[in-house]
Design a protein around this ligand. Structure first.
Ligand code: SF4
Length: 175
């Protein structure tokens, strides 16, 4: 298989940085789908306390039994997902009837979420079904996880949602 010029340049750059101890390799898992391909994330930085590590390259892990170094186009774009000036780094809210999103602080976002979850749960909680059986379920709240959620996050989501009585729950804990 022919290696592109760009790939060769990247490889030379990584080898050079590695030689002078400025490269850190982290093995990870592509978060996008349940195939769970292995990736290697290359970070620039010698782990000194005054240095902010910077991701400089992501590629398929050749030693991973699932993908053996290959990535689909989505996985191959992981670097652009991490290093993207359009990446959303703060919470936003779109008010009822509004067409635009507004920035909101984390404190305000958490308070609003808590207030609306409580109101929805109070308004829709079902203690008994039509046959009089105790069900204690919340039918007015649903939760959908994202494909980049970790197992740890999903574990906490399930615990939290079940404690509220939420039964409409889906996430990607399969990864
Ligand atoms: S590289 Fe593609 S196939 Fe592999 S886990 Fe990521 S999205 Fe799924």
């Amino acid at each position: 298989m022919e290696i592109s010029r760009r790939s060769q340049d990247t490889r030379c750059r990584l080898v050079g940085l590695d030689k002078i101890g400025l490269l850190t390799r982290l093995r990870s898992t592509c978060p996008y789908c349940s195939v769970s391909c292995g990736v290697i994330i290359y970070t620039l930085g010698d782990k000194a306390k005054n240095v902010t590590p910077q991701v400089i390259h992501v590629e398929g892990d050749p030693d991973h039994p699932i993908n053996r170094g290959t990535l689909c186009p989505k996985g191959a774009s992981l670097e652009q997902d991490i290093l993207n000036e359009r990446r959303l780094l703060k919470p936003q809210v779109r008010r009822p009837g509004a067409t635009d999103w507004q920035d909101i602080s984390w404190d305000d976002a958490l308070n609003e979420i808590a207030r609306w979850v409580k109101k929805s749960r109070d308004d829709t909680f079902v203690e008994k079904d039509q046959q009089g059986r105790t069900v204690n379920r919340c039918e007015g709240v649903a939760f959908t996880g994202g494909c980049t959620d970790t197992n740890e996050f999903n574990y906490l989501v399930v615990k939290t949602m079940r404690s509220l009585g939420v039964c409409y729950l889906e996430n990607q804990a399969r990864v």
